[in-house]
Design a protein around this ligand. Structure first.
Ligand SMILES: NC(=O)c1ccc[n+]([C@@H]2O[C@H](COP(=O)([O-])OP(=O)(O)OC[C@H]3O[C@@H](n4cnc5c(N)ncnc54)[C@H](OP(=O)(O)O)[C@@H]3O)[C@@H](O)[C@H]2O)c1
Length: 298
């Protein structure tokens, strides 16, 4: 797979990355095909330990990024970002069985916690100690914009897809200007088109995307795509491949057939510019008609 510069890092990254999955076959086949971004997080159950156990022997083949500091739930039910220390970085290294991470990202870190600055200092100290190569932020909207402007972050992971386009207009230009590597989470919109017939087919968090896609009223045959899962997943991934300054899309799949289909789509490359523009227009038109602001979904 052809790789591209990852912002101002010295890394060449693949346009298709590997989201959280516990299917060894999926990760093996994606690595074999040249996907070289592996995403995990402290709060993804035992996923860091799983990657350490099964992929330590291929460690030099991929950019390994994890996340820490995700929310804790307080007694009154509210949530706040966990304070992080160097122990969080050390724990990730131990579980992942590696002597360094390529990037550690602050996971959906709240704006006030970011502004406090202590978590950023931990990342900088970890960088100076050679435990991480790059500092990152994972999140959306004003928090991601704060991170992009701050200057301490080399990598940002954020929601970008056919159903989540706002940050293409807000965050991507800033990241391009600053040379920040950008990774799209939820890049095929959680396959939310599966909910057109029955919302129970999609995860609860994806129902917003199903609603948006319905309101965008895209007619796939008009773009030369079939109106089925194959057509939708191709349109969604090629949409992300078309975006200037978006470096990698980390699809989460447990299904080897879907992983192979996604690899085949990457070979087709970006959408024709006029199709890209029609999908951008459909998003903006539907958002305006809805009377709501369609922010990046966490
Ligand atoms: N930082 C954060 O807070 C955050 C939040 C969300 C996600 N993430 C990261 O981003 C990654 C991707 O996000 P995501 O998994 O939520 O969303 P996603 O990649 O947009 O969608 C995943 C869904 O799409 C389906 N899918 C994938 N390829 C398909 C294909 N060719 N045909 C049909 N369905 C297909 C998968 O089902 P199958 O398993 O059946 O293929 C899965 O249900 C995650 O795995 C995680 O690493 C981070």
């Amino acid at each position: 797979m052809k790789k591209h510069p990852f912002g101002n890092t010295d890394i060449q990254i693949s346009p298709l990355g590997i989201g959280c999955t516990d299917n060894v076959e999926v990760i093996e086949l994606l690595l074999d095909a040249g996907c070289n971004l592996l995403d995990t997080a402290q709060c993804y159950g035992a996923h860091e330990a799983f990657l350490g156990e099964h992929f330590r022997h291929r460690r030099d083949e991929f950019f390994l990024q994890s996340k820490c500091g995700h929310h804790e739930v307080l007694p009154d039910g509210s949530m706040r970002s966990l304070k992080i220390t160097m122990a969080d970085i050390d724990a990730a290294l131990r579980k992942l069985r590696t002597d360094h991470l390529d990037a550690m990202l602050l996971h959906s870190y709240d704006l006030d916690a970011l502004q406090r600055g202590d978590a950023i200092e931990v990342l900088q100290a970890a960088k100076a100690a050679g435990k991480i190569r790059f500092a990152g932020y994972s999140g959306d909207n004003e928090r991601a914009l704060f991170a992009a402007r701050h200057g301490a972050f080399d990598v940002i992971e954020t929601s970008i897809s056919i159903a989540d386009q706002t940050q293409i207009d807000t965050l991507l230009p800033l990241c391009r200007e600053k040379g920040i590597g950008v990774v799209a989470k939820r890049p095929v919109a959680n396959a939310a088109w599966r909910g057109f017939e029955d919302l129970k087919q999609v995860a609860a968090k994806a129902s917003v995307y199903t609603q948006r896609l319905a309101e965008m009223n895209l007619y796939l045959p008009a773009f030369g795509f079939t109106d089925d899962n194959a057509g939708w997943s191709e349109l969604a991934l090629r949409f992300n491949l078309s975006l200037d300054g978006l470096h990698s899309s980390i699809i989460g799949t447990k299904n080897p057939a879907h992983a192979r289909a996604n690899l085949a789509v990457v070979e087709k490359g970006p959408l024709p510019p006029e199709v890209l523009q029609q999908i951008r227009d459909a998003f903006h038109r539907a958002e305006a008609a809805s009377g709501r602001v369609w922010l990046g979904e966490n």
